[in-house]
Design a protein around this ligand. Sequence first.
Ligand code: FAD
Ligand code: NAD
Length: 488
Amino acid sequence: MSAGGDRFDYDLIVIGAGPVGENVADYATKRGLHVAVVESELVGGECSYWACMPSKALLRSGHALRTARRLAGAREAVTGTIDAAAVLARRTGFTDGWSDAGQVSWLDSAGIDLLRGHGRLVGRQTVEVGDREYRARAVALATGSVPVLPPIPGLDSVSAWGTQEATAADHVPASLIVVGGGVAGVELAFAFSSLGSRVTLLSRGALLEREESFVGDLVAAALSEEGVDVRWGSAPARVARDRDGTVTVTLGDDTAIRAEEILVSTGRRPNTDHLGLETVGLETVGLGTAGLGTAGSGARRTELVVDETMLVSGTDWLYAVGDVNGRALLTHQGKYQARAAGEAIAARLQGTALHDGPWGAHVATADHGAVPRVVFSDPEVAAVGLTERAAREQGMPVRAVEYDLGWVAGAKLHADGYAGRAKLVVDESRGVVVGATFVGQDVAELLHSATIAIVGEVPVERLWHAVPAYPTISEIWLRLLETYGRPD
Ligand SMILES: Cc1cc2nc3c(=O)[nH]c(=O)nc-3n(C[C@H](O)[C@H](O)[C@H](O)COP(=O)(O)OP(=O)(O)OC[C@H]3O[C@@H](n4cnc5c(N)ncnc54)[C@H](O)[C@@H]3O)c2cc1C
Ligand SMILES: NC(=O)c1ccc[n+]([C@@H]2O[C@H](COP(=O)([O-])OP(=O)(O)OC[C@H]3O[C@@H](n4cnc5c(N)ncnc54)[C@H](O)[C@@H]3O)[C@@H](O)[C@H]2O)c1
């Protein structure tokens, strides 16, 4: 369907051409809509240039080296140290040298218009880009997220690295202090330690605290073995950069830690800044002190509430998809929302059937209990669905079982002294798995089996008939089922 006469320039304008915006545009275009995307930086977004891809490229070579060193015979063949310059160059290759030419030509081939510049709403169905206004029957916000900076005295004046500076680094600092024990902090501590930095990781609580409790313990042990100084319960009291360029972080107990650089990775929040939401009647809400962000302290922001098709509450034309809606700050989950939203927008505009019941084609039901997560540390952390704690908080009658991955034959073969652990959380009222966690070398590829079990609501009794090949690490499934108990 093309835009209606001269009243609308487009059927759909997507603000933000990250992985999510690209997918909303692509799926809507494939259904026949006339679509434009607005991008103020690089087509491909945070994930391609400053997040997923470069961070994984920085990690991978160190993992490969440790993998070889864990195997008798291979270990003896690995005698040198990591070539940090080659790793940085490989990382740069994955960002195309921070050029979006390839992604721009894909947009062109897909028939999607690109409007370069900052997009903001200036009224119902109206988007301003530069000095032009465009009208569209629907608008999708896919503007991602921005870092949340803690209010640490001195932090503003030390030119601290955020995740963008770390993933785009052109050198490896001799020493690095990482503040924040979440996913980004853990991954980047691993990456820079592998590349030769002396890393101190400051975490105010347990590492990866939203996951099962053994996750943080195993990852912390591995980081320590790698030479990272992991300090729990330590939040910086103040930060300063000395004349010689050294950063000094003073902790609450007056201990001072010094390093060449400091990286702050203390979470992200939806990017609803400067989008003109107030021009379409969406209220801004005040934030508490915990929410001080890069837009400036004391800022007021809008939290967008969306339905299952990503339609913003109180509107019939505005959508919010991916990180900006705060449902799950992960590329794959945002792209899943984008596939649903792109097709839901087309269905609404074209008057075709909308499948918006649970698990329908136009909704993102999996966001609520089947989100897969991988932390690319070593050991990897792969988890999907609910932790035992989260399930209990929801009032689910769950029983959980754990098993040591080091006892699985396939794992023993995979690496000498394999260390890891797995857990299944079972909803006993329905007899189905609602959560799974695996920690160990190369477990990420196991995760999709658990995602399918959860989304498919496969009865535990039937899982006994899903036979893992011998000797693979997947035999962990059998061991977990045996620990849970064979059905009568
Ligand atoms: C260090 C790090 C590593 C990560 N690793 C992974 C990983 O391995 N796997 C994973 O699943 N997730 C990972 N993530 C999360 C992932 O990066 C995000 O979930 C993902 O990028 C969200 O996609 P998005 O399209 O919603 O937003 P973004 O990728 O942030 O894209 C938003 C785009 O909108 C543009 N934009 C914003 N406002 C405007 C405006 N007003 N006008 C025009 N353009 C605008 C921005 O320039 C940007 O290009 C990581 C995050 C970080 C910080
Ligand atoms: N492999 C992946 O999929 C991947 C990798 C990196 C990032 N991401 C995504 O990017 C998002 C951002 O990552 P992140 O690690 O910054 O966020 P996060 O929410 O995972 O972790 C933030 C950490 O900072 C700590 N923290 C918060 N405020 C603090 C303060 N004032 N002082 C000290 N510590 C403080 C928290 O306790 C937590 O440990 C995540 O939501 C994640 O989904 C994903």
